[in-house]
Ligand binder design. Structure first.
Ligand SMILES: Nc1nc2c(ncn2[C@@H]2O[C@H](COP(=O)(O)OP(=O)(O)OP(=O)(O)O)[C@@H](O)[C@H]2O)c(=O)[nH]1
Ligand SMILES: [Mg+2]
Length: 197
């Protein structure tokens, strides 16, 4: 979980972009990396195969400004969505402060979205937290694809938690920063003890 260093006045938080294979998790981080101020971002580390599929994780450290005199740093991770990497997905969730669930809006991926979310819920519980109480934001991605499922329908299927939800097109950046802002806000509220869990 988040780490506050009082002597160096730093807050470090971990955000994980989670979701099924090819839903657009890496594309979110790439967009943030490519469009953010170089002074506020670190190096994007992408551990991927020849087809750009994530093999272990992606990692991007971001400076998110000053909070009550503390320097805040958010560590953004993605999990590998491909089916065999179950144990990596669980490992990457260790110590998570906030989750962005990147769903694929295409109808044929709805089952994969649901399965992925069910596993996420299971892992979070294994770590002693719950999907209902951990800071969570939904990104309904690939809204530019043909024949996407209406948002109301995806929301009903995936988000009975009434978590914040956004329509995104990660490849052109639509909604990507809205999602990032929303999850950082929830994590900081949690840190201040403002959210009920
Ligand atoms: N049309 C469209 N394509 C997208 C969007 N987001 C991602 N893609 C494409 O979908 C493919 C997969 O995107 P990634 O970001 O690599 O997906 P991922 O979730 O990281 O996949 P894994 O690492 O295998 O779990 C790539 O070809 C992207 O260019 C989107 O919003 N719209
Ligand atoms: Mg990836």
């Amino acid at each position: 979980m988040s780490f506050i260093n009082y002597s160096s006045k730093e807050i470090n938080c971990k955000i994980v972009y989670y979701g099924p294979g090819l839903s657009g998790k890496t594309a979110n981080l790439k967009h943030i990396y490519e469009t953010s101020d170089p002074a506020s971002r670190g190096k994007l580390i992408a551990v991927s195969d020849d087809n750009s599929r994530t093999l272990f994780f992606d990692f991007l450290p971001m400076e998110m400004g000053d909070i009550n005199g503390f320097r805040s740093r958010f560590h953004l991770y993605t999990v590998p969505g491909q089916i065999p990497y179950e144990s990596s997905r669980k490992l990457i969730l260790k110590g998570v402060d906030g989750i962005v669930f990147v769903a694929d809006s295409q109808r044929e991926r709805m089952e994969a979205n649901k399965k992925s979310l069910a596993k996420l819920s299971e892992y979070i519980e294994d770590y002693g937290y719950s999907i209902e109480s951990i800071p969570l934001v939904f990104a309904y991605n690939k809204r530019d694809a043909v024949g996407v499922v209406p948002v109301e329908e995806i929301s009903k299927e995936l988000n009975p938690y009434s978590a914040p939800e956004f329509e995104t097109v990660a490849t052109n950046g639509t909604g990507v920063y809205d999602v990032l802002k929303s999850i950082t806000k929830l994590v900081l509220e949690e840190l201040k003890g403002g959210r009920k869990s």
